[in-house]
Design a protein around this ligand. Structure first.
Ligand code: ADP
Ligand code: TRP
Length: 331
């Protein structure tokens, strides 16, 4: 069975974009692949180093993953920092990672620009740690969004380099499993253009209360309405329809599309319907998030079982890696 690895940095709550762009795919993949889904808390220190918030952020993302339907019986779900073997592989891979190639990575250059006062070595070696995350389980496939393609390319490079240096086809070369090609949507924001994102500040979160959702949707950017029948939709309006396509029934979408095409649409009505349909989707997940978040025993059991499974797989790989490099214990 092919192995899938993917991580998410615990830097905030999951929003509809994360759900339809990533988590929904994880839920499908856990049925057919040997999946490792983890919370990349070490990675989050490169940008979010505050000690007070890290545990709470990890707990939130773990509860949200589980509430969405990632099933610890089917997938191995764990916290990166529970698996110390990853840090050893990271160290070993770092010995064959070169300053020039790390400095050229787009995500490094972006982050260095965004936080000029904190261009830490962890940012520079981010792709090395990510490679360790992936190849420690000998992953074949890595589901990532477009923004992670280059980091994954680096992971492929480090895996090939290791294989070349130590004379074996030891690590499988991980393939990107791109969401876009698998027909998943890019979820737009409600601010007229672009995608929904945490840093964009336009997210509808899986933990949002009904009234918060209503408020956000009613404030969505629209315009004064079409004036010509069957007119092409401007981006902000298309975004409302895209969201509706995701959460509403086809009949509902068809209804408002018809009204748009005959220039009879009232965006207030459309937004009201959209808000209710988003609430219909989110409310049950939000309740589960709250239950799971407060069930510390359950979270502990899941995290422990996931860590045990991930450690077992990681330790096996590392034992072979040490041998291949030439380490030998005296005792
Ligand atoms: P954010 O934009 O909230 O910071 P991340 O960059 O942490 O999200 O992405 C986590 C996962 O969610 C990635 O796989 C990414 O491709 C996916 N994702 C994020 N926003 C969207 C969106 N608007 N539409 C589709 N997928 C998204
Ligand atoms: N870099 C990824 C992101 O920001 C998170 C991540 C860390 C990851 N390690 C990984 C994703 C390994 C896939 C595989 O979204």
């Amino acid at each position: 069975m092919e192995t899938v690895v993917s991580g998410i940095r615990p830097t905030g709550n999951l929003h509809l974009g994360n759900y339809f762009g990533a988590v929904r795919n994880f839920i499908k993949m856990q049925e057919t692949y040997n999946c490792y889904f983890f919370i990349a808390d070490w990675h989050s220190l490169t940008t979010h180093p505050k000690p007070g918030s890290i545990h709470q952020n990890v707990r939130t993302v773990l509860a949200e993953y589980l509430a969405c339907g990632i099933d610890p019986e089917k997938a191995t779900i764990f916290v990166q920092s529970d698996v110390k073997e990853i840090s050893e592989l990271y160290l070993l891979l770092a010995m064959n990672a070169y300053l020039g190639e790390l400095e050229r990575t787009t995500s490094f250059k972006d982050k260095a620009r965004q936080q000029p006062n904190n261009v830490n070595a962890g940012l520079l070696t981010y792709p090395v740690l990510m490679a360790a995350d992936i190849i420690i389980h000998k992953a074949n496939k890595v589901p990532v969004g477009k923004d992670q393609e280059q980091n994954l390319e680096m992971a492929r490079k480090f895996a090939k380099r290791f294989n070349n240096m130590y004379g074996e086809e030891f690590f499988p070369i991980p393939e990107p499993f791109t969401f876009d090609q698998s027909g998943l949507v890019k979820v737009p924001g409600l601010d007229g253009s672009g995608k929904m994102g945490k840093s964009e500040g336009n997210g509808i979160f899986l933990c949002d209360e009904d009234k918060v959702i209503r408020k956000k949707v009613m404030k969505a950017v629209s315009d004064s309405g079409p004036t010509v029948p069957n007119q092409e939709k401007p981006e902000a309006i298309q975004n409302l329809f895209t969201l509706m396509n995701i959460v509403s029934t086809p009949d509902t979408v068809e209804h408002f599309n018809g009204l748009y095409n005959t220039c009879e649409i009232r965006y207030g009505d459309m937004k009201k319907q959209l808000a209710e349909d988003i609430i219909g989707f989110i409310a049950p997940i939000r309740e589960k998030i709250n239950d799971i978040y407060n069930d510390t025993d359950y979270l502990a059991r899941v995290a422990k079982a996931g860590a045990d499974k991930a450690r077992e797989s990681a330790a096996k790989t590392l034992e072979d890696v040490r041998k291949l490099i030439g380490f030998k214990s005296f005792y």
